[in-house]
Design a binder for this molecule. Sequence first.
Ligand code: ATP
Length: 374
Amino acid sequence: MTQRQAVGVRYRGVSKWFGDVPAVKDVDLDVPDGEFLVLVGPSGCGKSTLLRMTAGLEDISAGTLEIGGEIVNDVDAAERDVAMVFQSYALYPHRTVRGNLAYALRLRRMPKHEIAERVEAVAEMLDIQKLLDRRPGQLSGGQAQRVALGRAIIRQPNVFLMDEPLSNLDAKLRVQMRAELIRLHREVGTTTIFVTHDQVEAMTMGHRVAVLNDGVLQQVGPPREVYERPVNLFVAGFLGAPPMNLVEAELSSDGNGLVARADNIYAPVPTGVARAVESMAAGRSIGLGIRPEELEVASADMAAHDASNVVVRGLVDVVELLGGESYLHLTSGTQQVIAKVPASMSFDAGSSVTLRAPGNSAHFFDLDTGLRLD
Ligand code: ATP
């Protein structure tokens, strides 16, 4: 099957108001040709609205949207050559799978033999050949979602827009469809914007992830970069499961340099951060973040703190066994801390535990602006 050339999408100052309510605020974003971009954010942050504006299903209140270098603000949805896949599948219930796949091509008055060829090719790609004569009511959720994808693929659009397409599938099917979508994208190379609020999809599916909160784009970058260097407190707390431990810590100086402390949590402050907070100095509060997977159980006689370790002392609250690993919930003074530890370790509720993490794994944030400090 021949594919058209992929086309990029560019947002310049794109905003959307529903009456007085701003849903998307001044978004600048470039999605280059062939990229798989994952758009994540909490419920109501404006993900669907941004996608629907891209599809032409929603007017743009301000700014410009370019697809393939052309401003399309005033171009009808039908003329945009984008295909949208919804969470609800949106199949025609009275048509067979074959009829659903062929529908858009029939509308274009494509010759019958060409339609038949494309239906076969797409059915093979998605492994739904045996389902072609069924109706949507006779399909499982996973099969229906494949047909919905097939209906988008068969049009050979310039851009795919996917709005939480896997969220109605059970856990096992999600894993399978995730891999299939990645493979499919590798095969057809069409620019794709994929909306989700699923942590795993955000981290694993895209070339880049764009994090949206309250209509404002927070950070865009490769998943690893966004995970390892979140630009602000929101991104730090949003990406990751369980989420990053975030506490309000107080700065103080000792023989080893600057230390951030919150109850029995100590973190050495690296020089880059120390320079940034120089003017604030001792006594000042700072946001301290530690990922649960960076923490490991240490011996109880470990020094309270030193220049190369984050140290957390606390009492075991709850242990959640998840199969291969456990989530250890600790209370450290007034702070709650979660650590990911091997499932083979056992803990008694109420017992005291010392955890350590590499000194350079801590994240620091300005509590006034929420911005990362280094
Ligand atoms: P979810 O993950 O829950 O689907 P979302 O991130 O996709 O959420 P949107 O559906 O884009 O969020 O909604 C963004 C904001 O715009 C929300 O505050 C929502 O209530 C509001 N909104 C969306 N559609 C409309 C509408 N037609 N009229 C008024 N307000 C709307």
